[in-house]
Design a binder for this molecule. Structure first.
Ligand code: 5CA
Length: 436
């Protein structure tokens, strides 16, 4: 992709409306644009990252046996009257009438609709267990939308719903989702702590929030000091071992009963990137959902629900991975793998070398953003650092004369002068290793 043909509106100044770093960087890097409070356009660079987060989430869920579908953003309100949540959600739920004066809502979550799909199609135990998910836009008329995509009104959520013959099977799936979530966040370059949480308006008997620690997080969490060692990589633990450690959300933390010695208890701010719930029969009782068992007897279905804040994750990744010059994308979600910088656009030799380098990188399956604009070198370097692509390859008159390109790894700043073929080889190999 040639930068001169792309759409990347970078901002030089820090936008005043942004209070936290990830919001500032997303605006400055031309990833998003606010259209109304808590409502954003995703510009091309931001959309690429959003799609990578979506892809990784879907890949891990598919691996765990979940099945993807897509429900509409708009729903009739009738089902919500049946479940009792029509009133419960209050002003957070956006409602309006269509031309036939039928009331619709913009879905804030989808339990009612998925239960309705399930009960119209599944009648016997043979089709259970079943775990259906979607990645779809939600709307919640939050009182205080803030911090950019962190607390939006319109936001992209992965919402999953599972159906079971008994509570034991629902618990097994809850545990499988717990592990799948750790796999997803780890591929996104994040360490999330699963904290015991309150199930709130969604309901159910057991729930965990997945929290990425960051000073700008909106949640307060309490946890065993061992998580700090896991986060820093000095200690490795299985999911099973981690589950045994103490970790609680603010409202669930009981200092008297947590059982941790004071010097092992930590507290920090966290960004809630996921939330899982063992629902039991809350919705299947309200909406009368049964299947027949092997004896032909009617059984009430048990459920679980599992959410991930896909758009929020883009902000959370930036909070976890940046430096003074801008974003540092983990290879797994980077919008492009390499930025090729032509230091003298318009110079025939530099143009030819840059174009050849771009083609060679692309032939190796790498995604390249080629800066062919006529800006000064300094501005090109600053822009590339800001948007945080893992690799930069610089083509200038001196290098061209010597048959070399300068390669920089964004995360460490390490620079190497290499012949074109070697540069391509190294970037391809290391990108492949990191994206595995
Ligand atoms: N139906 C359940 C599980 S699918 C549900 O809606 N859970 S939730 O309310 O906890 O939302 C799931 C995830 O969506 C949260 O963990 C959070 O990461 C994300 N989320 C919730 N509200 C917002 C918001 N206003 N802006 C951005 N992300 C949000």
């Amino acid at each position: 992709m040639r930068l001169s043909r792309y759409f990347l509106p970078l901002l030089k100044e820090d936008p005043k409306e942004a209070q936290i770093l990830s919001h500032r960087l997303m605006l400055r890097a031309g990833m998003i644009r606010q259209e109304a409070a808590g409502i954003y356009s995703w510009l091309p660079l931001g959309l690429r990252v959003l799609e990578e987060v979506e892809r990784i989430t879907a890949e891990e869920l598919d691996k765990a046996g979940c099945v993807r579908l897509l429900m509409p953003t708009l729903q009739p309100t009738d089902l919500w009257k049946e479940s009792g949540r029509y009133e419960a959600l209050g002003k957070e739920m956006l409602r309006f009438n269509d031309r036939a004066e039928r009331e619709l809502l913009y879905s804030p979550t989808c339990e009612e609709m998925i239960v309705n799909i399930f009960r119209s199609n599944v009648t016997t135990y043979r089709q259970l267990p079943l775990n259906l998910y979607q990645i779809q836009w939600k709307f919640r008329d939050e009182v205080r939308p803030r911090f950019g995509v962190m607390r939006g009104r319109e936001f992209l959520m992965k919402d999953g719903y599972s159906f079971h013959m008994n509570l034991e099977d629902a618990r097994r799936e809850y545990s499988a989702m717990y592990d799948a979530y750790h796999a997803i966040f780890s591929r996104l370059g994040l360490t999330a702590i699963a904290v015991a949480a309150d199930s709130g308006a969604i309901g159910g008997s057991l729930s965990h929030e997945f929290q990425v620690l960051a000073e700008t997080g909106e949640s307060q969490v309490y946890y065993d000091a061992a998580f700090d060692e896991i986060r820093s990589g000095t200690r490795v633990m299985s999911g099973e071992e981690m589950r045994a450690l103490y970790a609680a959300a603010d409202e669930m933390h009981k200092p008297e009963t947590c059982g941790l010695p004071v010097d092992r208890l930590r507290t920090a701010r966290g960004i809630e990137v996921g939330h899982i719930f063992l629902l039991g029969r809350k919705y299947t009782d309200a909406m009368q959902v049964n299947v027949t068992d092997a004896q032909g007897k009617e059984i009430r279905v048990e459920m679980g629900t599992y959410g991930i804040g896909v758009s929020r994750l883009v902000g959370a990744i930036i909070e976890a991975s940046h430096d003074a010059n801008g974003i540092i994308w983990p290879e797994s979600v980077a919008p492009f793998d390499v930025g090729v910088i032509n230091l003298r656009s318009g110079d025939a030799a530099c143009d030819a070398a840059s174009e050849r380098l771009t083609r060679t990188l692309e032939a190796r399956g790498l995604r390249v953003l080629y800066d062919d604009t006529d800006q000064r070198g300094g501005a090109k370097f600053a822009g590339m650092d800001l948007i945080g692509l893992p690799w930069q390859a610089v083509v200038g008159p001196r290098g061209v004369a010597a048959g070399q390109v300068e390669v920089k790894y964004r995360r460490t700043g390490e620079k190497t002068e290499l012949a074109e073929a070697e540069a391509v080889e190294m970037i391809a190999r290391r990108t492949k290793e990191a994206r595995r």
